[in-house]
Unconditional design. Structure first.
Length: 256
């Protein structure tokens, strides 16, 4: 069973936003002020348009004026909401992060720790390979050269909620006291890096077929089994058929 790929809180089925078909003009309630729900939709629409604008124009080429035009809002609205281009970038970094993690966590079926971690890993990998995640990765590559000081604070909001899923599954699945609390965070990060980050790179480089979920699942299982060799709680249970029955196969005693 695999989690459904997460597409975010808004299905972007409309044409690209323009200053004519602006979300601000469609979401305003009577009196010119948007409702709370409409304000949330407007915020997401702005951030989605901003991410697309950052990717198309590059960090250096993106301007608040251009982003405002792409989002169909005024530049004054952007500054009022986000303060600066840096503030807008931080908001873009938080787009979908917690909802994605909540969506995955809600779909993990009951089972043994290994199967639950593999399910979460495949779901996180699906998200990491989504078009929006790829766009954000392109933006991060630009920031490495243009604003390296922003990398950590814009990358962590997108990964920490997902790493938290692995931490929870490790803590829940291991026997009490089997994993020291100070090691849980490190182990969760290692699992995320091995099962999601590295697997994503291998898929993008063609080392794992992107159109073959079975190949991805085999890779994830192989990696987790190697990792779990030192963590008995994560090891695959022995198949029932492997349990031998009948006379003991131990060597005969000398006095027989």
């Amino acid at each position: 069973m695999r989690a459904r790929p997460f597409t975010g809180p808004i299905e972007m089925t409309q044409p690209p936003l323009t200053t004519v078909d602006a979300p601000s003009s469609r979401l305003l309630a009577k009196g010119g002020r948007p409702s709370q729900a409409a304000a949330g939709l407007l915020n997401d629409s702005i951030l989605i348009a901003a991410l697309d604008h950052f990717v198309r124009h590059g960090w250096a080429g993106a301007t608040m004026e251009g982003i405002a035009a792409s989002a169909g809002v005024t530049k004054r609205t952007l500054y009022a909401r986000y303060g600066s281009k840096d503030g807008l970038l931080r908001a873009v970094a938080n787009l979908d992060s917690s909802p994605v993690a909540a969506d995955i966590a809600a779909t993990i079926p009951p089972g043994n720790p290994r199967d639950r971690i593999l399910f979460a890993a495949q779901a996180c990998l699906d998200v990491a390979l989504s078009p929006r995640a790829r766009d954000f990765s392109l933006l991060m590559e630009q920031l490495i050269h243009a604003r390296p000081e922003l990398i950590e604070e814009t990358s962590r909001p997108r990964t920490e909620p997902l790493i938290g899923i692995f931490r929870f599954l490790l803590e829940e699945g291991a026997p009490s006291g089997a994993i020291a609390p100070d090691r849980l965070d490190v182990m969760a990060e290692c699992l995320f890096d091995l099962l999601v980050v590295t697997a994503r790179i291998r898929v993008l480089h063609g080392l794992i077929p992107s159109d073959q979920p079975e190949a991805q699942a085999r890779h994830l299982a192989k990696v987790l089994d190697a990792f779990a060799a030192g963590v008995p709680a994560l090891q695959a249970p022995a198949p029932f058929a492997a349990i031998k029955s009948g006379p003991s196969s131990s060597p005969p005693r000398k006095d027989e």
